[in-house]
Write a protein that binds this ligand. Structure first.
Ligand SMILES: Cc1cc2nc3c(=O)[nH]c(=O)nc-3n(C[C@H](O)[C@H](O)[C@H](O)COP(=O)(O)O)c2cc1C
Length: 205
């Protein structure tokens, strides 16, 4: 059976609507809440949901960061300057603070202070990590890839150190998603919490 379908080209939609449509179908997206630090010591914290895992070992993640008024966003500038960052997972309790840090503040603004978020020194990178985060991944840049035709840069980062809050890790080595309570980004300003968790064994062949 074939369903009636609405079809569009990006050109017929234009940049704004093509972006809005794209992010409303790539759902739910995990949120990388990224701490970074510039060469002058400026500290920054901001969320990014063009985020995913791209390699197993060494564990490697990707965050795609755009521009603001023709210049790299503060997080990208810091990462370009120092090559280090920390990705935090946002849980339900942290969602309002995460949203506060998404404002387009001046470079000098420290969003940890703005959102009254305490920090802990990282072990292997200069940017601090967020004390209240259930999971933090200390990362070192492995590649910075300009995304052809867009204003985005894909930041590939190697995870140097995992931090997982006690009580979240099950004996089988997996974080318990029901205890983690991650928040995901949908389209527009919509977010989601985790629904029912179910299991499927992969076919043996
Ligand atoms: C949940 C969420 C996800 C976001 N994802 C992205 C993203 O993937 N890429 C991006 O460039 N901006 C994204 N933004 C917007 C940035 O967070 C925003 O531009 C922020 O001000 C950037 O901060 P900075 O200039 O301090 O780096 C997102 C915002 C929110 C609230």
């Amino acid at each position: 059976m074939e369903f009636p379908t609405l079809s569009f080209t990006p050109a017929s939609l234009g940049p704004r609507d093509a972006y809005r449509l794209l992010i409303s179908v790539l759902v739910p997206r995990p949120i990388a809440w990224v701490a970074s630090q510039g060469a002058d010591g400026s500290v920054n914290l901001a969320p990014f949901s063009f985020f995913g895992g791209v390699g197993n070992y060494p564990p490697t993640i990707m965050v795609a960061i755009g521009q603001r008024q023709g210049r790299p966003k503060d997080t990208l500038r810091n990462i370009q300057e120092t090559g280090e960052f920390v990705v935090h997972i946002v849980d339900e309790t942290l969602a309002p603070a995460m949203n506060v840090t998404s404002g387009e503040y001046a470079y000098e603004v420290n969003e940890f202070e703005l959102a009254h978020l305490a920090t802990v020194p990282s072990l292997e990178v200069r940017p601090p990590r967020l004390a209240a985060a259930p999971v933090a991944l200390e990362c070192k840049v492995s590649q910075l890839v300009p995304v052809d035709g867009t204003t985005y840069t894909m930041v590939l980062g190697r995870v140097l150190h995992f931090h997982v809050r006690e009580g979240l890790l099950r004996p089988n080595g997996l974080v318990d998603a029901d205890l983690l309570r991650p928040v995901a980004r949908l389209g527009g300003d919509e977010y989601a919490t985790l629904g029912a968790v179910f299991e499927m064994q992969r076919p043996p062949a």
